[in-house]
Write a protein that binds this ligand. Structure first.
Ligand code: HPA
Ligand code: ZN
Length: 330
């Protein structure tokens, strides 16, 4: 089974590139940029990665990315993950990135975009990996700021596959961002949003109704509302579920208690992603193996999950066909 999962052409729809920053690279970039970290060894950093909730993680996530200052830092960050993912048998990644988290620290949007776009180009040319770009807004920051960043990103609109919404969900309902998402829609940009990770099922409904999203990131708390489950099933809205993330952030106690099997049994369009692999114990292959071990799924289940992800990935029709063909022979 592990060999099958390694060879499966895995498609990742939910990945924060800043959350792929491994402590080894974090130390190297800190040294390169003369930045002081609160850890002295890789071991110490990893030992600090124990979280009680989403906010506890976000604090370390924002601290970790403080080492990213120049174009080459963003390039190194992305290439480091792309290579690792490819080795795990990943063939496509829709990558979230958080411009506000960098702008706040005085890093210009141009620097972030240049580094990430260079890595995307190289991955597509040389690694046989396709990359989607999701510019995410921090929901615990003011909506006016997000709107300003969206306008500032005008030179990059045509390079974006979607806009997203992430960070602290509690008390930051989708409704807060109605104007931002309306503007994105007007610009012809696809919309996705985190909802129902720590927030209630109501936020999933709100993200669909008010933000008109085509994808729900996480969404596991939909099971608290029959109405929301019915809606997700009827419209076959894809959920980008991140099993090891949910365990790390204590959305569930243990992977064996995870609602994934229930979500599948409800007929929902489920996919598996790693979210923040450097912080949550591993990438796509580790997440797949953990699910095989916890749920005893057979190959057919993983094929279905992968088919779901290929159908929903931000790729050209030609690439989608190519990935489907690869899945058929895996
Ligand atoms: N949830 C919300 N915001 C995030 C996450 C997450 O899992 N990872 C990075 N930003
Ligand atoms: Zn996420």
């Amino acid at each position: 089974m592990h060999e099958f999962l390694r060879n499966l052409p895995k498609v990742e729809l939910h990945l924060h590139i800043e959350g792929s920053l491994e402590p080894e690279l974090m130390f190297a970039l800190a040294q390169r940029n003369g930045i002081e970290l609160p850890y002295t060894t890789v071991r110490e950093a990893k030992d600090a990665y124990h979280f009680n909730d989403l906010q506890g993680f976000l604090n370390l996530y924002f601290q970790g990315m403080s080492v990213l200052r120049n174009e080459e830092d963003f390039y190194d960050l992305a290439m480091d993950y792309f290579k690792r993912a490819r080795e795990e048998g990943v063939v496509h990644i829709d990558m979230h990135f958080d411009p506000q988290a960098h702008l706040q620290r005085g890093v210009p949007l141009e620097v972030v975009m240049a580094g990430l776009l260079k890595a995307k180009q190289e991955a597509e040319d040389k690694l046989d990996l396709s990359i989607g770009m999701i510019m995410a807004f921090l929901r615990d920051r003011p909506a006016e700021e997000a709107l300003h960043v969206l306008e500032q990103a005008a030179p990059y609109w045509k390079m974006l596959d979607a806009i997203g919404l992430d960070s602290a969900e509690h008390n930051n309902p989708p409704l807060k961002f109605v104007e931002v998402f309306k503007r994105a829609k007007q610009l012809g940009l696809v919309r996705v949003a985190h909802a129902g990770e720590e927030g209630p099922a109501e936020y999933i409904k709100e993200a669909l109704d008010v933000l008109d999203v085509q994808r729900i990131d996480h969404g596991v708390r939909c099971l608290e509302s029959d109405e929301v489950v019915e809606r997700l099933r009827r419209e076959q809205v894809v959920l980008t579920v991140c099993p090891l993330s949910n365990v790390s952030l204590k959305v569930v106690e243990d992977l064996r208690d995870h609602p994934l099997p229930k979500l599948l049994a409800e007929g929902l369009k489920v996919t598996i992603s790693s979210d923040d692999p450097a912080y949550f114990g591993g990438g796509m292959l580790t997440n797949h193996i953990a699910c095989a071990d916890a749920f005893g799924w057979d190959e057919a289940v993983f094929r279905q999950l992968t088919r779901n992800a290929i159908e929903e990935a931000f790729v050209t029709p030609q690439r989608r066909q190519e990935l489907m063909a690869r899945l058929a022979t895996a």
